[in-house]
Ligand binder design. Structure first.
Ligand SMILES: [Cu+2]
Length: 184
């Protein structure tokens, strides 16, 4: 999961989501993505987004890579026997059934950044490569927004969703693997 990797950054960001077909790859699209840390001095951070699977097959997010942290893990929250919410790594990743979506959100599933290599400063972009079990890789740029809450994401929902559907379908069914990197 932690192999060295040089990602090809897509020139896309959340602000451009509504007109960024490059975000769709192999039938996957990402919307409402943002990264945050608990404080400027934090050694770890988290990333949230909604991942859309426009393919006709079930898939699974099995890993995420980024140079912004020494380790990137897929986490979720579970309640322990004492009723305390704890984060645990999800080794098998997050299933994303055909023609559906999976939300990574506060208090639930998330991408965990452990050992930040630089502070998460508002407005900066973090490059992530999402690795899907069936569909290959998708590189996205995620804005840092430490003040954002999931509730605040609703404003973008309509536009982002509409765009994601259109581009996701067009690319997903026509192209197989190997298309990633073409968006440089
Ligand atoms: Cu976590």
């Amino acid at each position: 999961m932690l192999r060295p990797f040089h990602s090809a950054a897509l020139a896309a960001c959340l602000a451009l989501l509504t007109l960024a077909p490059a975000l769709a790859h192999d039938g996957f699209a990402v919307r409402d993505a943002y990264a945050r840390a608990a404080s400027a001095a934090a050694q770890s951070g988290a990333i949230f987004m909604v991942i859309e699977n426009h393919r006709a097959i079930d898939d699974r997010l099995i890993a995420v890579r980024s140079d912004v942290a020494e380790r990137v893990e897929l986490h979720t929250h579970v309640q322990d026997a004492q009723g305390v919410m704890r984060m645990i790594e999800v080794e098998d990743g997050f299933p994303i059934p055909a023609e559906s979506e999976h939300a990574l959100s506060r208090g639930g599933d998330h991408v965990m950044l452990l050992g930040l290599t630089r502070p998460l400063t508002d407005g900066e972009m973090v490059t992530l490569t999402l690795v899907f079990e069936q569909s290959g890789e998708l590189t996205v740029e995620v804005p840092v927004d430490n003040a954002r809450t999931d509730a605040g994401a609703h404003g973008d929902h309509g536009a982002g969703h509409g765009s994601g559907h259109g581009t996701g379908h067009g690319q997903g069914h026509g192209q197989g693997h190997g298309a990633h990197g073409a968006g440089n």
